[in-house]
Design a protein. Sequence first.
Length: 226
Amino acid sequence: MTLTPSTTNTTGVDNMKINFRIGGLITSIAAGVLFASSAIAVEGGVANDSYVGDSSGQNVMDSSGDCVRTSSWKVEDMTVECGAEPPAPAVVEAPPPPPPPPVVMYEKTTMSTSALFAFDSDVLKEEGKVALHELGDSIKAKGAKVVDIDVIGHTDSTGPEVYNQGLSERRAQAVADYIIGEGIDANIIDVSGEGESNPIASNDTREGRAENRRVDVNVGVEQPSS
């Protein structure tokens, strides 16, 4: 009797092995993909190393609405989105108040037009020039503290009002021109005339009218700050 060797069918076993290996490979690949996706989300998204991020880079929340922490979570990595106290608003200091404007005190010099001009004239007399020279020296001695000079002409009420207004302006301008020639800055000088409108004495007397014919020079001197 001749015995025929039996042939074992291994096809099913081999297929099982192949399927198992393929399944394991797929599982490994999937795990690697998930790990890479998580790493990219954490590194490039909103979440940091202490929190799990999704594929769009946002923090992953658990069922309680809390951020899912990684094993490397540290308290110093807490974010406002994940429960950290928001930073206190920056304290903005109010700017210091602007310095107060300088205090300017005016020193008034009243000069009689009888000493400065001939009757009904706006041309300075020699004695008038001497007086204005002294005034110019006094102003220059104050230096840069002088910030404003007002030269104002006045007349008495003799004659037409319109004429007196013009005469007061011309006389004030003559005084201003002279002290400018003495070295006073023209940019700080204002010239005006008030005619007969601002008397300081009665125009009913000769003495009063003489007092009213005048040129006032108001020199504004800046005072040191306290």
